[in-house]
Write a new protein. Structure first.
Length: 311
């Protein structure tokens, strides 16, 4: 795809040597929300230069770092784009368009037919830029939080049967709202389409949950990972371990209570300090979660996607 952007813009692979330049132009982003996370994770975030399924692109203008974005392949045909940043002095110069084109073309070379991004709902500038770049809205979700509790209980039994969990997911309203997406086991803060094989693997490697009642299945969930959060990112001011659950869905409040109780027991067994559970952003799911006593994030996250078959 052609671009009307300034030809002085050069796009190349980002390297560890670019750290200071990237940290410099991202240091003033979102100061009211604790600052940008990229400088904190940059060296771990970058891919090995020989890895084919991940690539980080840097934009330069006259030799100065002006923007960055990363592309990751989450499945054979699903690409994930993250970390789009443009330096304040170089905004509205076509930087993001050139970075998008580079990641779109790279993803197509990897076999991707769809690309997705996740943007905080409060980030109006990024939402507008994504729509201008051709992305279309797909869905939104919100994190719920249930404290670890080894003694937590609910009104229904919860099994760890991956087949039952998958069966509920295939017929649930949550799947329709989330268009089949859940948090990706391979990449933090990313979503992709879930498969039956995913539930089998998660059942073996982490945990899956199926709420089972006498009249049938009533809920589903799975754990993606545990996350070590440094002291400067926690309310307690101490390092914390969070258990992350890539999906929580249910039929009604009682099923939600049972699912969250299973999550609380699982997190306690891991000796986690806190949890986060991705739930569909609908009035029913959010208020059901609140009715169980779970805490809910202040704002949802929005997922957008783009058809890459034209690139």
């Amino acid at each position: 795809m052609s671009s009307d952007a300034d030809p002085a813009i050069e796009i190349r692979r980002a390297t560890h040597d670019d750290y200071e330049a990237v940290a410099d132009f991202t240091s003033d982003i979102w100061p009211e929300r604790g600052g940008d996370y990229i400088p904190r994770i940059y060296h771990d975030w970058l891919e090995d230069e020989h890895r084919q399924g991940k690539k980080t692109f840097l934009a330069e203008v006259d030799g100065d770092a002006a923007g960055i974005v990363q592309g990751v392949m989450l499945s054979e045909d699903e690409a994930w784009f993250q970390g789009m940043r443009v330096a304040a002095d170089h905004r509205r110069q076509g930087i993001s368009s050139r970075l998008n084109e580079a990641t779109f073309e790279w993803a197509r070379e990897q076999g991707a037919t769809v690309g997705r991004v996740m943007i905080f709902s409060w980030n109006a500038d990024s939402l507008g830029a994504a729509r201008s770049s051709g992305y279309e809205p797909i869905t939104e979700f919100r994190f719920a939080h249930r404290g670890p509790d080894a003694a937590a209980s609910g009104p229904s039994r919860v099994s760890n049967d991956p087949i039952a969990a998958w069966r509920y997911w295939t017929h649930s309203n949550a799947r329709a709202h989330l268009t089949g997406l859940g948090l990706a086991p391979e990449e933090s803060w990313a979503v992709r389409e879930l498969t039956g094989d995913d539930f089998e693997r998660l059942g073996e490697k982490t945990a899956v949950f199926a709420v089972e009642r006498d009249d049938g299945l009533a809920g589903v969930g799975y754990r993606t990972r545990t996350v070590e959060r440094p002291a400067d990112e926690t309310e307690s001011g101490e390092p914390e371990t969070w258990a992350e659950y890539g999906l929580g869905a249910w039929d009604d409040v009682d099923a939600a209570r049972s699912l969250f109780a299973a999550v609380a027991r699982d997190a306690a067994a891991l000796e986690a300090d806190a949890t986060r559970i991705a739930i569909p952003e609908t009035a029913r799911f959010v208020t059901d979660a609140a009715a169980t006593g779970a805490a809910i994030a202040e704002e949802p996250d929005i997922v957008l996607g783009i058809d890459l078959t034209t690139y």
